[in-house]
Ligand binder design. Structure first.
Ligand SMILES: [Zn+2]
Ligand SMILES: [Zn+2]
Length: 288
């Protein structure tokens, strides 16, 4: 307790036993306890208090501080502490809303402020990653698109086939190389064949450039292909397993895709062997 300053008590909160006494007597008791260091059992006996010695301090009224609550301007209070714990100053709190001046405060006002903050972030994401009204028609997909999309769907589609999960794309093997995975997703997103799900976790977006930049395996993606027959399952099936005859119809493109994949697999194997003997090796991007 600060001896130089007259303490202001918050009289609305007082223990049952002390509330039977007048304010002056209570002030005397508090002074006897803190300043005169009187024994608790003597105080309890002197004022005929019907309480355990250990409960005396909890009967004292809280002390009003000069800190104000930012929500309702109420002066904050601190609960009284026992003489032994003088060093452990309790945190002031608002007697009206319970707010504490701490980033960890969970009072209803702080929770509401936090809710609004996160809602604001979500709205920004929704604005940036608007779900396009225009869907891409299956007929407009190139052979390459079809192959990449099939790989993405087979690796990342969730159980009810409504979303492509970034986490599943990371776990599963989309392609032999991490760089290639990135290129596949970038290509499908840039053509709006798949789009970033605006309800993806807030953590999936990079703080510095919020929400333009995102972690490719932390967001989820939505399929943006027109479902002409209004048969979602059928559409997914067709996209996951494109017919091989389509690839035979365009042998040049198919061969190109095969070479791309074969080269990636060679690089993967080379990296694997080099790592096994402790070499760092980056084959780099050379024309095929
Ligand atoms: Zn308050
Ligand atoms: Zn608060």
């Amino acid at each position: 307790m600060d001896n130089d300053k007259e303490l202001t008590f918050y009289w609305k909160r007082l223990g049952k036993q002390l509330s039977k006494l007048d304010k002056e007597t209570i002030k005397k008791i508090v002074t006897e306890y803190y300043e005169n260091k009187a024994k608790v059992k003597d105080i309890v006996a002197k004022y005929h208090l019907n309480i355990l010695n250990s409960k005396l301090v909890s009967e004292f009224p809280p002390i009003v501080t000069d800190e104000k609550c930012k929500y309702d301007d109420e002066l904050m209070i601190v609960d009284p502490h026992s003489r032994d714990s003088l060093g452990l100053n309790r945190e002031p709190y608002c007697p009206v809303c319970g707010h504490k001046n701490s980033p960890y405060c969970r009072c209803k006002n702080c929770l509401e402020e936090e809710r609004k903050y996160f809602q604001g972030l979500r709205n920004k994401i929704r604005k940036t990653y608007l779900i396009p009204k225009e869907k891409i028609s299956v007929e407009d997909l190139t052979l390459r698109d079809r192959l990449l999309l099939a790989a993405v769907l087979r690796t990342g589609l969730n159980e009810d086939t409504t979303k492509i999960l970034g986490s599943k794309l990371e776990e599963g093997k989309l392609s032999p190389l991490a760089d290639m995975n990135k290129d596949i997703l970038a290509s499908l997103v840039s053509k709006k064949i798949i789009v970033v799900d605006p309800e993806s976790s807030l953590d999936a977006f990079v703080d510095e450039d919020f929400p333009e930049t995102y972690y490719i395996y932390e967001v989820n993606y939505l399929l943006n292909i027109e479902d002409k027959d209004d048969n979602h399952n059928q559409l997914i099936e067709t996209l996951e397993y494109p017919e091989s005859k389509e690839f035979f119809l365009e042998p040049k493109v198919s061969l190109g895709l095969w070479r791309e994949l074969a080269l990636a697999e060679c690089k993967e194997y080379l990296n694997y062997r080099m790592n096994a003997v402790g070499f760092k090796f980056n084959p780099g991007k050379k024309p095929i």
